[in-house]
Write a protein that binds this ligand. Structure first.
Ligand SMILES: NC(=O)c1ccc[n+]([C@@H]2O[C@H](COP(=O)([O-])OP(=O)(O)OC[C@H]3O[C@@H](n4cnc5c(N)ncnc54)[C@H](O)[C@@H]3O)[C@@H](O)[C@H]2O)c1
Length: 369
């Protein structure tokens, strides 16, 4: 079966859905892999490395997609890409189904089976396929570096003949995958780190990384599948009030708070930004889903009253080599789990397939049960 790896066409996307290492493993599993020329260039994987791993290089998108049984992508395809997909092919990628219902109609019309990696269930067996975790972990790390770079202070304590510099104060809101990685990174840089999450279950993890879990009186909001549940506006307002002095005291605030399928909770208002020290920084990892800070402009960096608010979406794109490496491994793990005598078996008895398969046999399945 032919597996196609086209070059991403979404502006700003630097990652690639297969790297030479994942290609070599797919070839060893009996698959024929065709990579569009230049697909890995922005992530610094040249065509020659794909060839050495056993892939064929296609000169154009048309040639890449031709006769493909599986198509591996990072971003959802454009309409122009969907028309190139052979009927019956299985498309695997972050399809952003919540935001792109029209794409599902297009895929169903083209007879393509869509598998949305953002819907991988959080069960032990599927951990190796969890793209949200692999990418969030990189995003959490990079958020701290971006924030530290924008700060007018250094993060570690420094005691020298020229005097003592107190360590920087970092506050992390939302201690899921990205938040925990942000805490670990900020600690390594020498900051004093505080964190808060509405899932009180993460307290131990926060403390084990050497950060302080803030004691504020907000009801725990554990939801299904390890995620948070949406809180009432009243509860979020209470949370804002109770966090306001910690936000004002922080040099760097990293926000990662999210509730699947909902707008991100608004944890920092414009007034709270105005209460921060000029020179301090907010990095809002929830920028894509509405932002945790009222002043965040998705895709931009703004300075208000001397406070820098960074709303770069999809930070893993800024680390494309490693982000592609983990993303491609997630896809390979799924592909291998679906292989049955050299072909992909779409078995709806399989919990993972049932959760991620959004179009099949000309029909849209997502949101239908
Ligand atoms: N396969 C698995 O078993 C598996 C894989 C990955 C993650 N998980 C679990 O899922 C958890 C969450 O994952 P995620 O990081 O992708 O979640 P996410 O990106 O949906 O949310 C990020 C964090 O924001 C928190 N949050 C939501 N509303 C908030 C608010 N008002 N204030 C403060 N924090 C708020 C959430 O509790 C979560 O920890 C992980 O910590 C882990 O326990 C399990």
């Amino acid at each position: 079966m032919k597996v196609a790896v086209p070059k991403e066409t979404t502006p700003g996307e630097t990652r690639v859905a297969a790297v030479p290492d994942s290609v070599a493993k797919a070839v060893a599993a009996g698959l024929e892999v065709v990579v569009e020329s230049g697909a890995g260039l922005e992530a610094n994987f040249p065509d020659s490395e794909y060839v050495a791993a056993g892939a064929k290089i296609a000169a154009s998108a048309e040639e890449t997609y031709r006769d493909a049984g599986a198509i591996l992508k990072v971003q959802p395809p454009s309409d122009g890409e969907v028309v190139l997909m052979p009927r019956g092919a299985v498309l695997v990628g972050i399809l952003q189904v919540v935001r792109r219902p029209e794409l599902l109609e297009g895929l169903a019309g083209a007879g393509v089976t869509g598998m949305a990696m953002e819907l991988i269930p959080r069960i032990s067996r599927a951990q190796g396929m969890d793209v949200l975790s692999s990418q969030a972990s990189i995003g959490g790390y990079k958020a701290v570096l971006v924030g530290a770079e924008r700060l007018d202070k250094i993060l570690p304590l420094q005691i020298t003949a020229a005097g003592t510099l107190a360590p920087g104060r970092v506050l992390v809101l939302g201690a899921g995958v990205a938040g925990l990685q942000a805490i670990a990174t900020a600690k390594r840089l020498g900051a004093v780190v505080e964190a808060f999450d509405v899932r009180s279950a993460v307290r131990e993890e926060v403390e084990s990384l050497g950060a302080k879990f803030l004691e504020i009186e907000v009801a725990s909001a554990e939801g299904a599948g390890g995620y948070a549940r949406e809180q009432s506006e009243e509860q979020v307002a209470k949370q804002r009030e109770l966090l306001s002095d910690r936000i004002a005291a922080a040099d760097l605030v990293i926000t990662t708070a999210a509730v699947p399928g909902r707008r991100a909770p608004l944890l920092i208002t414009g007034d709270m930004v105005a209460g921060m020290r000029p020179g301090s920084v907010i990095v809002d990892l929830a920028a894509d889903s509405g932002g945790n800070c009222e002043s965040t402009v998705p895709g931009e960096e703004v300075v208000l009253g001397g406070v820098t608010i960074v709303g770069i979406p999809d930070l893993p794109r800024t680390v494309p080599h490693h982000a592609s490496q983990t993303y491609s491994r997630n896809l390979l793990n799924l592909l291998v789990s679906l292989l049955e005598e050299g072909r992909l078996e779409v078995d709806f008895e399989d919990e993972v397939v049932k959760a991620i398969c959004v179009t099949h046999d000309g029909k849209v399945l997502y949101g239908k049960d």
